[in-house]
Design a protein around this ligand. Structure first.
Ligand SMILES: Nc1ncnc2c1ncn2[C@@H]1O[C@H](COP(=O)(O)OP(=O)(O)OP(=O)(O)O)[C@@H](O)[C@H]1O
Ligand SMILES: [Mg+2]
Length: 255
């Protein structure tokens, strides 16, 4: 199952991606976490040593051949993940799309194509769960980087602008062959907020698959630069992400 997470800036994509990835690994899956944000944070959220992250490279563009009009990895997927991935807690392997090294350097087209090819080949790896943490921009959809995801989770805060961003992303996603597109509401503080989001989703034909409460556990973990799953494993936010993981298993036909 290949799960991509998108949404407005700061909605909670990285927090949910990292926690979901580790919960899937604990449940027995081989998990590849892909940091597809050019301002990468997923490694730290998973619990990988920041010094190790700083020393490690990102996916080289030479991994992809663009001959014959389509992009394909030039090496077997297992080898790519083994060679270019870092192993994190619970055995999750993380690979990074990379960040610009210099100002005025140009676009990141090749990095997007590399993520897309990686995701495509992960589809043929049985028992593997890919979790892709995307950047806060519709570019992953307009470029089609996420086209090989089986599930697109649109993470939103319970506020109008965040919901509007998700509505626009959902519209773009209908033009890609993604089997399941669903909303995950994060930072919910009250039943009224939950109901307002449900109402918005109903009006716009959006399916809700998960709801994560506002929790000081999350901000505390972030302040300490530690994974939520390690600092508050029994808290309400982790419980809600575990429920999301179960729902994904029940809802998505691809394993
Ligand atoms: N359920 C929650 N309760 C309280 N704070 C949260 C919750 N989820 C996320 N946060 C906080 O919101 C901020 C953004 O979270 P996160 O980095 O996961 O979002 P993001 O969507 O990945 O952001 P970006 O668009 O910058 O990549 C962080 O400070 C995080 O600690
Ligand atoms: Mg993020």
């Amino acid at each position: 199952m290949r799960i991509a997470l998108a949404g407005k800036g700061g909605a909670g994509k990285t927090t949910i991606s990292a926690t979901l990835a580790r919960l899937k690994a604990r449940a027995g899956a081989q998990v590849v976490a892909i940091d597809a944000d050019s301002n990468p944070n997923l490694g730290t959220a998973l619990g990988i040593d920041p010094e190790l992250l700083a020393r490690s490279g990102s996916l080289p563009f030479s991994l992809v051949s663009r001959r014959l009009g389509s992009a394909a990895l030039t090496a077997p997927i297992d080898e790519v993940v083994r060679t270019h991935g870092l192993e994190g807690p619970d055995g999750v392997r993380v690979v990074s799309m990379g960040a610009p090294g210099h100002a005025d350097e140009g676009c990141l087209c090749s990095a997007h194509v590399t993520v897309s090819a990686l995701l495509s080949d992960l589809g043929g790896a049985p028992g593997t769960v890919a979790v892709v943490d995307m950047e806060a921009s519709p570019e992953h959809l307009s470029r089609g980087t996420a086209r090989h995801a089986d599930v697109l989770l649109l993470v939103t805060e319970p506020y109008f602008r965040s919901l509007e961003a998700v509505r626009r992303l959902a519209e773009l996603a209908t033009e890609l062959p993604i089997e399941t597109v669903a909303v995950v509401v994060n930072k919910v503080r009250s039943a009224a907020e939950s109901e307002a989001v449900a109402d918005f989703c109903d009006r716009h034909g959006l399916t809700r698959l998960g709801e994560v409460p506002w929790s000081d556990d999350v901000t505390r973990a972030d302040q300490a630069a530690r994974p939520l799953l390690d600092t508050a494993p029994d808290g309400a936010a982790v419980a809600a992400i575990a429920e999301l993981s179960t729902r994904l298993q029940q809802t998505v036909s691809v394993r």
